[in-house]
Ligand binder design. Sequence first.
Ligand SMILES: [Zn+2]
Length: 461
Amino acid sequence: MIRILLGLSLFSILACTDRSGECPTVFFGGEIVNPTSDYVVLYRNDTYIDSAKLDTGNRFSFKLQGIEEGLYHFDHSPELQYLYLQEGDSILIRLNTMEFDESLVFSGEGSEINNFLIEMFLAHEQEEHEIYGFYHLPPMDFQKKIDSLQEKKLAHLNELITENQLSEKAIGLATASVNYQSFTHRESYPFYHKKKTGKETFPELPEEFYSYRKSVDLNNRELAYFRPYFDYVKYHFGNISYMACMKGCGGMEGKESMGRLHYNKHKLTMVDSLVSEDELRNLLFRNIAMDYLLREHSASKECQIFIEKFRKLSSSDDHKQEIDDLYEGIQNLQPNSELPELIVTNVENQEVSIKDISKKQKTVFYFWTGAQKRHLKNVTQHVAKLQKKHPEYRFVGINVKTSYTQWQNLLEEYGLDKADQFHGDDFEEIQTSMILDDLYKCVIAKDTLVVDAFASLYYSF
Ligand SMILES: [Zn+2]
């Protein structure tokens, strides 16, 4: 408590009421409990703005002048979260990295919109399971369920607008955070409905089912880096490309991988013709390319044809490099290749290579992070079952995105076998070399060689 009070008094000094003209126009600071890095870094979209080092009390502060109003994000490696900033803001946060998003609280001038955004973020996470249970419903019943969730949130937003002075831009973003989530569910409806009901064809949809599409701007630069909006645009293009292929390109039948190549090329063409905003175009091209390569995960002629088309459309050299790296990573993980040179740390704080871990035995590498407790619980239970069923394999957990001490505590707390657990320091290196594209992804190896690098704990055993 004292710490918070100290923080607040410091904050009121820095908020500087004397209006001498020397004052920073925006203050952003706070305290991080259980820090996982020494810094907090601030970004506007993908552009670096500034960084602040934590002091001995794990506090940090930014004083910014002349900033553009809008969406930013702050990064406390390896986690990040959105931050909305405008002139005159004095925002203080408190967060505990053990429960990063759940613990995050904003206070001070400009905090209302930020608390709303994090609330929506958490609400959507919580609702995911519930909504999945609605997909078997007929279209209008599904729509009613989704509408009612949306209306509840919009009512909450209206209260916020009445009680606070929010800028038009802030209201726009808050509204987008609610609406696009809802639109995304509608875009995915025909696919999940077909899957859940086991029907052969897509459901007939009444015309008004997609009525929101008229109000959607597919060229919103301001929202390009905002997850709910970007996800919507992604699903929307997935939907309209698939339907266009079904109608005009002779369906999706034929050789499975050729079908996928055609569909993804068609999707690139659709984005090319409908999105003119350069940054958003590039982000979509990159996303389609990643999605295609990760699913294809082989080194094939089709992949090369696809990458060529992607390279022609994208104007971002960074994205092109990223896709080249990904393709190289995929090629390196083909069956019978040597495992990548990857170093992890054991409980005795010794460095070990994953090749050595897999020597002379069948090994399954799986991955977990301290930030997702529910996933950790699921994975631990599931691996215990697999271990009984498949004693011929050694199941090895690689922890990522967690500090070494926190990792050790979690091993105790969840009763994990320390001999089979390793800590990964460099998340990005592990992510690129092992291609972590799924929470339940695992890499099956035998005596330093890859057996299946794109396996799943749930589907491969
Ligand atoms: Zn097509």
